[in-house]
Design a binder for this molecule. Structure first.
Ligand SMILES: Nc1ncnc2c1ncn2[C@@H]1O[C@H](COP(=O)(O)OP(=O)(O)OP(=O)(O)O)[C@@H](O)[C@H]1O
Ligand SMILES: [Mg+2]
Length: 289
């Protein structure tokens, strides 16, 4: 099981968009995926329709140290794509994680209970530097940070997200490895030369930080994301072909390139290459079979 957290201490950079679309693509490819919403704004929770709602969400899962996944895992309308939902109670989660002795290690300690059920867990976080962010990073094998190609956003990456990662370095003494951080440029304007300059500046400025690297893949600004969100479907299903009037590839190819770079496992690569975005993917309900 691989755990990826999507983080950036800045709001509105595309964290939830990346979380739902990586999760949706990987589930379509055949992986068993669990999305965990750690943001009380609950944007991820509202993205995919739920066909079965668990009695508990992420607040109870973490505060009760809940061990039984049946109590907190809800099912989306898509096969192999499950969610641990957030709600208003999650506003209190951060202070609990900050004050409890084992706070920042709660998720790290709880996630092994679902190892047998999922191949990939994606954690969506708030745009803030807080205890929840540290908790998510400490539970992760990989930390992915979407960044807009603007100089101020790039500076904030260093003063916020990269610093937050350095802040948990002392946990290594407890034998907890610190996950590598990968920077993903999002909402890149397809023909802006400024975007290229900023991307180069960011690549240079993060080189000095061990474990931090920018990905080769990036996500262009595209209306397909809003269209997919309006239909509550993953973007690779909303746009399977490159539109005639556009320079950038289809959303299907953009997300495929991203997951191919993120997850180099050979068995997963074969699955990713086979996704067409067209085969049936909806969950077959009991009674509808
Ligand atoms: N590549 C893209 N092209 C076009 N629109 C995008 C792209 N990525 C994200 N968006 C849009 O930007 C808005 C903000 O994205 P999103 O909610 O994913 O950000 P966030 O980082 O999760 O925000 P928050 O910090 O509030 O949780 C959404 O309307 C989303 O559809
Ligand atoms: Mg969000």
């Amino acid at each position: 099981m691989t755990v990826v957290s999507i983080v950036n201490t800045k709001g509105g950079v595309g964290k939830t968009t990346v979380a739902v679309n990586i999760g949706g693509f990987c589930a379509d490819a055949g992986l068993r995926v669990l999305l965990i919403d750690l943001d009380y704004q609950a944007t991820l929770t509202q993205y995919y329709p739920l066909v079965s709602v668990a009695p508990m969400g992420v607040y109870e899962f973490i505060t009760n140290n809940e061990q039984n996944p049946e109590h907190y895992v809800s099912q989306t309308c898509f096969e192999r794509l499950d969610v641990v939902y957030a709600d208003e109670r999650c506003r209190g989660l951060d202070s609990l994680l900050r004050d409890a002795d084992d706070g920042r290690l709660r998720l790290h300690n709880l996630l092994p209970a679902v190892t047998a059920h999922y191949d990939l867990i994606v954690l969506d976080t708030q745009g803030a530097r807080n205890a929840t962010l540290a908790t998510a990073m400490l539970a992760s094998d990989l930390v992915l940070s979407p960044v807009m190609p603007e100089m101020l956003a790039a500076l904030e990456l260093k003063s916020g997200t990269v610093l937050a990662l350095s802040g948990i370095a002392s946990y290594q003494r407890l034998g907890i490895p610190i996950a590598p951080l990968r920077v993903l440029f999002n909402r890149v304007h397809p023909i802006s030369s400024n975007a290229v300059v900023v991307q180069d500046a960011v690549r240079n400025s993060i080189m000095e930080h061990a474990g931090v690297e920018a990905l080769d893949s990036c996500i262009p600004a595209s209306e397909a994301f809003q269209k997919a969100s309006a239909k509550s479907i993953p973007v690779h299903r909303a746009e399977t072909r490159q539109p005639n009037n556009r320079r950038t590839p289809s959303a299907l190819e953009i997300i495929r390139s991203l997951v191919l770079e993120l997850f180099p496992r050979q068995d997963w690569q074969e699955l990713f290459k086979r996704v067409t975005g067209k085969k049936p993917f909806a969950r077959v309900q009991e009674g509808n079979r």
